[in-house]
Design a protein around this ligand. Structure first.
Ligand code: ATP
Ligand code: MG
Length: 454
């Protein structure tokens, strides 16, 4: 029954398995860790499935910190050598009434029953170092042919828990697997049920999907599923760009840009959303050329709406929005402008902006590529040079601060802050050098002119 496969789990996971067996229980590695180990990927977590009931599991790990992750659902997390191991009792799921979670679960004595509740065949395998691989649903064969297939009837499995639809797309993107036709068909036919899924879970799954190697290909094939959760993007598909700069419609351009940027979440989100405002602002000149005046602003508005609905953190929202609002930065970028961008965005985000601009460019008409990509490369080099020279970029780098102005007799209040900003602008523009005596002299002049005009 069990195939001869060898997987080498890390010592902390092996210890967890041994403990349960020493307690007289059956225990197996299960799910993602078995799948990933067989694919040669490093598993994130080593989950264990066991015949022990939750209280019995806790008793086996008395001398370890244990977290009741979900006792009701049978999960105990034991922390071994600082690594959390999720240990779940064999179970079968009861009725699903909200398209997300079973109302009840029944603990079971059967490993096969436990595997049958799992979503995809490649996730429904268990491994034991002596007993080998337990694979009742053909997971190994699907893994070899890189196919995602639901365990059981796909339509039923997706309507039980609609999050599986996004998990399916996510695994297809990350693992570079194709989706079996019957599973794909069911995912499409049940897509409306995604409206029952919490915004946080949608964000988490989309983020993983976007960071996968096949993100663009999956979104191209399953665009309607994405549009169910991000309806703001619907008008992008089929929105032609009758301009000399473009060779694709807005949606196809977006997918090409997405494919071309490195798989960092913030960057991939920015690539997905950078032009989403284009359809709403499209206009034509008399010769039939299309224009998208103000599209950055409209893209930003829709992006803020999407990110707030999906409960993004303030930090991520700011980063994604900053990339979108600057993605149309005119080329070439002068040193003066780069200093301002560095001050505003910081080093990491500015380099992400260059990546986004590069991805955006590679998804435009090819005749623009050579000149503009050279300009982006030059902007990167110039930025590196500015960073090496430790240029003054923000108020923090200025050779004087608020206390110096107070000593000069500035009153507390807006004039003080405004003066520092004026001085920074002058330094950034190269009109003043960032030297204490020079800045103090200029501040004095500003103070005088202010008292004259008062
Ligand atoms: P990764 O950890 O890389 O996200 P994973 O497959 O380990 O992938 P988890 O969410 O950690 O995914 O879940 C562990 C296992 O639990 C899965 O491999 C699968 O067997 C099962 N599982 C998780 N979520 C579901 C679900 N919504 N429906 C059915 N089975 C699920
Ligand atoms: Mg996992």
């Amino acid at each position: 029954m069990a195939d001869r496969i060898t997987i080498t789990p890390p010592p902390y996971a092996a210890q967890a398995l041994e403990r349960l067996e020493r307690g007289g229980f059956e225990a197996w590695y299960v799910g993602g860790c078995v799948r990933d180990a067989m694919l040669g990927r490093t598993p994130g977590d080593w989950d264990i499935t066991t015949s022990a009931l939750p209280r019995e599991t806790e008793a086996c790990f008395q001398d370890f910190p244990c977290i009741d992750t979900g006792l009701k659902h049978g999960t105990v997390t034991a922390v071994i050598d600082h690594f959390p191991v999720e240990i779940t009792t064999f179970r079968s799921d009861g009725v699903y009434s909200d398209h997300r979670r079973p109302e009840t679960v029944q603990f079971s004595k059967s490993l096969t029953e436990d595997l049958s509740r799992r979503d995809f065949t490649v996730n429904a395998m268990a491994y034991h170092p002596v007993k080998g691989l337990m694979d009742p649903f053909g997971g190994l064969s699907d893994l070899k042919s890189r196919v995602l297939r639901c365990v059981g009837d796909p339509a039923r499995r997706f309507s039980e828990d609609a999050l599986r639809i996004l998990r399916c797309l996510r695994f297809s993107s990350v693992l570079e697997f194709f989706i079996d036709p019957a599973t794909a068909e069911a995912a499409k036919s049940k897509q409306e049920l995604l409206l029952f899924i919490s915004h946080e879970r949608i964000r988490e799954e989309l983020q993983k999907l976007l960071s996968g190697n096949r993100a663009a290909a999956v979104l191209r094939e399953y665009a309607e599923i994405l549009f169910t959760v991000l309806p703001e993007l619907i008008p992008m598909k089929g929105c032609a760009q009758e301009t000399p700069y473009h060779c694709y419609d807005v949606w196809e351009h977006t997918l090409h840009a997405l494919d071309a940027v490195p798989p960092k979440p913030v960057l991939r989100w920015a690539a997905l959303l950078h032009d989403c405002g284009k359809p709403a602002v499209k206009s034509f000149s008399p010769d039939g050329t299309a224009h998208f005046y103000g599209h950055e602003k409209e893209s930003l508005r829709l992006t803020e709406q999407i990110l707030s609905r999906l409960r993004f953190s303030k930090r991520e929202t700011e980063a994604i929005c900053a990339l979108i609002s600057h993605h149309g930065e005119p080329l070439p970028v002068s040193a003066k402008r780069l200093k301002r961008l560095l001050g505003e965005l910081g080093e990491e985000l500015l380099f992400s902006l260059f990546d986004l601009m590069g991805g955006d460019l590679s998804a435009q008409a090819p005749h623009l590529y050579a000149e503009r990509s050279r300009a982006i490369a030059e902007a990167k080099e110039l930025t590196e040079k500015l960073l090496r020279q430790k240029e003054c970029l923000t108020l923090r780098d200025l050779a004087i601060n608020g206390c110096d102005l107070l000593e000069l007799g500035f009153p507390e209040g807006p004039l003080l802050g405004n003066t520092l900003h004026i001085l920074l602008e002058m330094v950034l523009d190269g009109k003043l050098s960032n030297e204490r005596s020079i800045l103090l002299e200029e501040a004095q002049k500003i103070k005088l002119s202010f008292s004259c005009t008062k």
